[in-house]
Unconditional design. Structure first.
Length: 164
């Protein structure tokens, strides 16, 4: 970028120690992000509870966040998940394209009752759909619901605090 003489005089050269350190830090951060070693901050998480079992769910409530979901993640903490919030109730479906970890998905009605739970295998294109009109779906590590005895008819608590 071209700097006028006025701007050049106002800004010390990049070789001064403090500026050189800042430039070096910025370059190192850019390399980490480009290499995939550092990732962006996770989405905001919200506390939910099912049959007394607490979890924290990242929120996917826009077209972009719903489309991306948990793609490219290599792992997820045990009581961590992603809650998909749909604009309209419907027969929504999920797939696992570019998703590297096995997941279970629970489809929820507008009151937070679980309609059905499906296990999904990594990097597959199989559609896993809601058995009835769903307003939400909740993805967790595969087997999370089964290990806790959570099944269709159980209710997810905490959805009223979720932004739509």
């Amino acid at each position: 970028m071209y700097l006028s003489q006025k701007h050049q005089d106002a800004n010390p050269p990049l070789t001064s120690p403090p500026r050189r350190a800042l430039v070096g830090l910025g370059f190192a951060a850019a390399l980490l992000l480009a290499s995939g070693l550092a990732r962006a901050d996770p989405l905001l998480t919200y506390p939910l509870k099912i049959k007394g079992h607490g979890l924290r769910a990242e929120l996917a409530n826009t077209e972009e966040t719903r489309r991306t979901g948990l793609m490219h993640r290599r792992s997820m903490a045990d009581n961590q998940g992603m809650l998909f919030v749909y604009e309209q109730p419907g027969l929504h479906a999920m797939w696992m394209k570019n998703t590297l970890i096995p997941l279970s998905v629970a489809f929820l009605d507008r009151d937070g009752r679980i309609i059905n739970i499906e296990d999904m295998q990594p990097e597959t294109l199989d559609a896993h759909g809601a058995a009835a009109e769903a307003s939400y779906s909740l993805e967790m590590n595969q087997g999370w619901f089964a290990k806790r005895g959570i099944k269709p008819g159980d209710r997810v608590e905490g959805l009223k605090t979720i932004p739509r």
